[in-house]
Design a protein. Sequence first.
Lengths: 202, 78
Amino acid sequence: MLRQATRILSRPVFSNRLSVRALSTEVPATPSTDSTFIDSWKKVNPNMEPPKTPSSFMSPRPPTPSTIPSKITVNFVLPYASELATKEVDMVIIPATTGQMGVLPGHVPTIAELKPGILSVHEGNDVTKYFLSSGFAFIHANSVADIIAVEAVPVDRIDQNSVQKGLAEFTQKVNSASTDLEKAEAQIGVDVHSALNSALSG
Amino acid sequence: MASNAAVPFWRAAGMTYITYSNICANLVRNCLKEPYKTEALTREKVHFSIATWKEGKPEKPGNCPLSRTSDRVDFTVS
């Protein structure tokens, strides 16, 4: 596959912007109206208002500031509700598969897969903790963090007894599982319940 | 190219990320305290009806296969 590398690299780089893909970290703030569309509309149909395109209903992407902002904007969404929408906070600690990751303003753009664990949102002296089942966190160059999870509950809604029972049940299932799939499911059960356990005690 | 990096255990066992994520979510939902638990369980239900097609016409939908992702799938058979 890499035999063609030298040939491809030595091809002339086109200066035409259309064939150069911008990195997502360098994209400027997107305008909410498309000027070429509006110009062509006006030429064809000067008397009618140009129709609004879906992008004009959306708020434009915040630009990447040149200095590090003082707060990050967090969008924490679940499939059925939006927990935090563009909330400005000082720091969030997300339970990434590689460990607890603290995100401060100016964090390097990252896509992190999350494991079952605690998400803590630090705003001044307040800390709000949620237990996430799993999900992803996208941290953008403009200090916006999008955290998505399937289930997220405040830690005080977790029932201690069910967690203990579940942990015991799944540890036993791991030992008695026969097929790979059953073993994986039992292992997932053990992981989630031990994370719940440490969430309750920690 | 690069050899496959260490895959998560669930992918090695043939499970997809969505299945894994749904299992985690179901386990968390089952560990909630009472009023929240009942609300959450209503979120978990999935309704679907399956019909097999033969010669361009749907047959009467028969037994729906049980989903492995959740033990609580309710399906409507129409």
